[in-house]
Design a protein around this ligand. Structure first.
Ligand code: NQM
Length: 365
């Protein structure tokens, strides 16, 4: 599409513990700047409440998925994730989202990009933000997506159909700085990338227990400042360049498990504290736990056998399977990562973007 649309076909979905607007790429402007400007008006940004758009006033509910037909045989659909900032006029493609990923297969079936089998359907999804490929498998009795089921994930009330997601072998180095641990801004950390650049930081080193609520942590200005200083120094070391104003790397604070899992986490994404944990953020934590010499040693408790790790977070836990092996150059690689999520179609229809006009500065309630 080249012209500025007055209305756009849109499917609103919960994907895992996030919520976003899903579009076919063909229904949006082709030019990325025009597309992003339109998405700001659709989501209602910039505005802390996003009251004039679809966004929910939090990074976890201000997300967009753009889906298209791939040009090669390696995938069934292409998925571009866009994070729409809440209170600034920014749209970023610099991170992926494993939660919205859970809705991509069902969306592809809903929009006729993929024919569903009678029973289960698997969709190979190329994730354009990172270049990786994931396969999502979900129930499609009678060739239609069935969103109902018995799978329960922490952070979402009730149960729904399971979406099983398998990530192919990682394409980027698991340890982007080449080291299992290092001192950054005076704190010993481990930098990992298992689909999402993430810095693992022992909570104790930041003078917190790591079991505080997200509200308590967001209210701790000294902590937020220390976490941000580590992040800003870690970004260039991880090959991300200057990370001022970007949503990566994520900051995962680690503490001993409290409920039988492998580790407790509190994740800054990067300025709000996640109410649970991102899928790929958890993939990074899980892989980091398996790297010899990482900062997780002495904090995490690995089960004696099996690939599955339970990552505790503020609203429960996320179970994730990871296998970390050794690459040809002798460095650790994530061989395999798998997770179960759920997704649900919330609304299918037409969204009417706020008209293009200058937004006056905020001057009161
Ligand atoms: O890490 C939040 C989320 C995410 C991203 C974030 C995600 C992931 O929970 O794969 O899912 O870290 O911005 O949606």
């Amino acid at each position: 599409m080249t012209e500025e649309p007055a209305e756009v076909r849109c499917l609103l979905m919960r994907g895992g513990t996030s919520k976003g607007a899903y579009f076919l790429a063909d229904d949006l402007p082709r030019d990325p700047a025009a597309r992003d400007e339109l998405l700001l008006r659709i989501m209602g940004s910039p505005d802390p409440r996003q009251i004039d758009g679809l966004g929910g006033g939090h990074p976890l509910t201000s997300k967009v998925a753009v889906v298209s037909v791939p040009d090669g045989p390696d995938a069934d659909v292409d998925y571009l994730f866009l994070q729409v900032a809440v209170d600034t006029a920014e749209v970023s493609d610099r991170q992926n989202c494993g939660n919205l990923l859970a809705g991509i297969g069902p969306f592809a079936v809903e929009r006729g990009l993929v024919a569903a089998a009678d029973g289960q359907t698997s969709v190979r999804i190329r994730m354009l933000n990172t270049g990786g490929v994931a396969t999502a498998t979900f129930p499609t009795p009678g060739g239609r997506v069935d969103y109902t089921g018995a799978a329960r994930i922490s952070g979402v009330p009730g149960t729904a159909a399971p979406v099983v997601i398998e990530f192919a072998r990682g394409t980027s180095p698991l340890l982007p700085t080449g080291r299992a641990r290092q001192i950054i801004a005076g704190t010993t950390v481990t930098c990992v990338d298992n689909g999402m650049p993430t810095v693992l930081v022992p909570a104790e080193a930041l003078d917190i227990t790591g079991h505080e609520t997200p509200q308590e942590l967001e209210g701790n200005a000294v902590l937020r400042d220390r976490v941000e200083r580590i992040r800003l120094e870690a970004g260039p070391l991880m090959g991300l360049g200057d990370v001022h104003g970007t949503t990566v790397p994520k900051m995962a604070l680690l503490a001993p498990p409290a409920h039988g899992g492998a580790v407790t986490t509190r994740t800054f994404i990067p300025h709000r504290c996640h109410t649970s944990i991102g899928v790929l953020g958890a993939a990074g934590v899980a892989a980091g736990l398996r790297v010899a010499g990482s900062v997780a040693e002495g904090i995490a408790l690995l089960p004696p056998s099996g690939d599955r790790l339970r990552i505790e977070h503020p609203t429960g836990f996320l179970d994730i399977e990871t296998v970390v092996g050794t690459g040809t150059d002798g460095t650790p690689v994530a061989e395999r990562t798998a997770v179960v999520r759920t997704a649900r179609k919330l609304f299918d229809g037409t969204v009417f973007p706020r008209p293009a006009q200058p937004v006056p500065p905020l001057d009161g309630p």
